[in-house]
Design a protein around this ligand. Structure first.
Ligand SMILES: *[C@@H]1O[C@H](CO)[C@@H](O)[C@H](O)[C@H]1NC(C)=O
Ligand SMILES: *[C@@H]1O[C@H](CO)[C@@H](O)[C@H](O)[C@H]1NC(C)=O
Length: 546
């Protein structure tokens, strides 16, 4: 009960301060901000001394920066899209960029984004200092950097990246907040951000874990410090709000009824309002996919558009980096390599129900039995190659057995090949021999496998939904990179269309597919990241010159 009272008063307090923002509170915040800045000044100087010392030591070892960063010149954005403060914001910009990432040693996709972002920033502004606020006390800088290298093959320049250790990370754990988790974790992130800002006030503050409230706190204390957010997932989504309605979908379906339901609905709505207020304080917003972008837009855009002080109102998609280069290096796309390809359809997916192998088999059977006349492969019969891992503890093996039976029933078993637990080199070999890449899953969130098809130059035939539709199998240079399908018949048509292109058009589409995959490389990520960083640096320069 006491906890409830505390939470409710915090809720009211935060709501009052964020929504009303009276002048006195503003003044108070700036006063606190000034104190924090003053208190962390010594640490800032010590850090900068350490950067200088480590740079010197590294140079003495004979490792010059340029040898390490041979590709940095390639990713400097072209001058035409550059902001007005470019002159001041050139390579010599030497501010401190604070990355708020309390779980930086987790080794997941979110961390890959963090490290790729830091590397790009280091290469663009060699004199800038990147500071990561983390709660991973058990690892030191050397251990973290080694892991980044081993796990992600990302080589950071050690002198200009540093770690500051937070002591209040437990406040953002879901287990700390058994009730009112959304609000609790958000408040927790405010406490954690205060912890971070006590350690050091950066010149630019970026959250890469989805703690938007921490950025709001920073901009409140330090109006001159630009803030940036890289959002993987909205804290509350419009789907969640809708799901409370009677007849909604998901775990909370219909939970909006009754007294408790009403309260829950009010709480979520209030939280969503707070979240969208917070979103309007952030100077530059990026999302990891079109799906997240549209959710964040529906929550934040109204408030962002209304805020006149905000220069960059748009919300940009910056795709996280995928290891596309592994495929492009191994698989050739050229006139010569076309001779090695046959009318094979490749489907790489675990043998799980949602991957919908059955439908793909049916579509393939319908396609084969229509005796297609394949312009590019005269006289050849198409084959379907199913590559996937079979998890021992699940019913995967049984599913494969049933799929074999189905292939037999559909009278295509001679043209279907099952490759269970195929090693990566064999997968690469098939990516070079096949012509088409297939995905049967509905509403796949992203679809790394489809990106790999494109990198290999395969023409995709995928479900008309989710990431494959919105983000991956899209037009390049105004022309398609594959086909979308919903029903068995549409899949069969997709196979036919893909295999009936002229050899010239086939090769052109393969090249477009590969170009499409480039958006997901480290390089593609770095370019987009830097375009957004340029905005933050320009803001920083403009605000401190005023
Ligand atoms: C974006 O992040 C979410 C949450 O981590 C993840 O489920 C989704 O696959 C990501 N999207 C991309 C394009 O990587
Ligand atoms: C493909 O996506 C649509 C929605 O776009 C869905 O209705 C359909 O069931 C999906 N098809 C398959 C085979 O998963």
């Amino acid at each position: 009960m006491a906890l409830l009272v505390i939470i409710l008063s915090l809720l009211v307090g935060t709501a009052v301060s964020v929504i009303l923002l009276p002048k006195t509170l503003h003044l108070l915040a700036e006063l606190v901000g000034r104190r924090l800045r003053h208190a962390s000044r010594t640490r800032r100087e010590l850090l900068l001394d350490r950067v200088a010392a480590e740079t010197k030591a590294l140079e003495a070892e004979g490792k010059t920066k340029s040898a390490e960063d041979d590709d940095w010149e390639k990713i400097v954005p072209s001058p035409k899209g550059s902001p007005p403060h470019r002159a001041q914001a050139g390579v010599e910009w030497n501010g401190v960029v604070g990355f708020f990432h309390p779980f930086c040693n987790a080794g997941g996709g979110g961390e890959r984004v963090l490290w790729a972002a830091i590397r790009a920033t280091q290469q663009r502004w060699p004199q800038a200092l990147c500071v990561v606020y983390t709660g991973d006390h058990d690892v030191d800088k050397t251990a973290i950097l080694r892991r980044v290298k081993d796990r992600f093959n990302i080589h950071l320049h050690p002198p200009t990246v540093h770690f500051l250790y937070l002591t209040t990370r437990h406040w953002v754990l879901a287990s700390t907040w058994p009730r009112f988790t959304l609000l609790g974790q958000s408040l927790g992130s405010v406490i954690l951000a205060y912890d971070a800002l006590c350690l050091l006030v950066p010149d630019i503050f970026i959250d890469t874990m989805g703690y938007a409230f921490s950025l709001a706190l920073s901009s409140w204390f330090f109006p001159s410090v630009p803030t940036g957010a890289y959002v993987h997932y909205p804290t509350i989504s419009t789907d969640m709000l809708d799901s409370l309605q009677a007849g909604g979908q998901g775990v909370n379906a219909g939970a909006g009824e009754g007294y408790r339901g009403m309260a829950k609905k009010k709480y979520w709505q209030l939280f969503a309002q707070l979240y969208s207020k917070v979103g309007s304080t952030i100077d530059v917003v990026m999302t990891n996919s079109t799906w997240t972008q549209s959710h964040i837009q529906s929550l934040w855009s109204a408030n962002r558009d209304a805020r006149t002080a905000l220069v960059n109102k748009d919300i940009n998609v910056v795709f996280p980096p995928v290891a596309v280069e592994d495929v492009t290096e191994a698989v050739e796309v050229s006139e010569v390599s076309e001779k090695r390809r046959g009318p094979a359809l490749l489907y790489i997916a675990q043998f799980r129900p949602e991957k919908n192998h059955q439908l793909i088999l049916e579509a393939f059977a319908s396609f084969v039995h229509s005796h297609p006349n394949l312009t590019a492969y005269p006289g050849q019969t198409p084959t379907l190659v199913l590559i996937g891992s079979v998890r021992g503890s699940h019913d995967d093996a049984k599913r494969v057995y049933n799929l074999r039976l189905l292939a037999h029933e559909l009278k295509v078993d001679e043209h279907v090949e099952f490759l269970c637990d195929a090693p990566w080199p064999l997968m690469l070999e098939w990516m070079g021999k096949a012509s088409i890449g297939v995905n049967g899953m509905w509403n796949e969130h992203f679809g790394i496998g489809v990106v790999e098809y494109q990198a290999a130059g395969l023409i995709s035939v995928v479900n008309d939904s989710g990431g494959p539709k919105l983000d991956i199998v899209v037009k390049v240079d105004g022309k398609p990179t594959g086909f979308h399908a919903t029903t068995v018949q549409e899949y069969a048509d997709g196979f036919r269309k893909a295999l009936s292109l002229s050899s010239l058009e086939t090769l052109a589409m393969r090249h477009r597919a590969r170009k499409s995959a480039e958006r997901f490389t480290d390089r593609g990520f770095a370019e987009k990241w830097l375009a957004n960083m340029e905005k933050l640096v320009a803001l920083q320069v403009a605000r401190t010159n005023n």
